[in-house]
Design a binder for this molecule. Structure first.
Ligand SMILES: [Zn+2]
Ligand SMILES: [Zn+2]
Length: 96
């Protein structure tokens, strides 16, 4: 089950469950679309995997299983991300 983290880990933008702007990697590292695609170029700065749009939990289910309240806002080092990009940017996710 996804945690549904409440904000972008890099820029801190709010990403509530209903947001259509949230993207996650396979470990549920969570970023807004701008950070995931423009800043990190679809390479997760933590694991090197790709991002997909986070699914939205229906309201009735969210009442039973609410999203995480734990704000994880740890801006990434963009210079360091260049190494990750060099390794993975031109490699499709299924070959990483
Ligand atoms: Zn962001
Ligand atoms: Zn990741």
């Amino acid at each position: 089950m996804l945690e549904i983290r409440p904000c972008c880990e890099h820029c801190g933008k709010d990403l509530p469950n209903e947001s259509t702007d949230a993207m996650i990697c396979s470990f549920e590292c969570t970023y807004c679309k701008d950070c995931a695609l423009d800043v990190f170029k679809d390479v997760c700065p933590s694991c090197g995997g790709n991002f997909v749009s986070r699914p939205i939990r229906p309201k009735i289910e969210l009442e039973k299983k609410p999203g995480s309240m734990n704000r994880k806002h740890i801006p990434k080092n963009i210079e360091k991300h260049q190494e990750m990009l060099e390794r993975y940017h031109n490699v499709p996710p299924e070959k990483r």
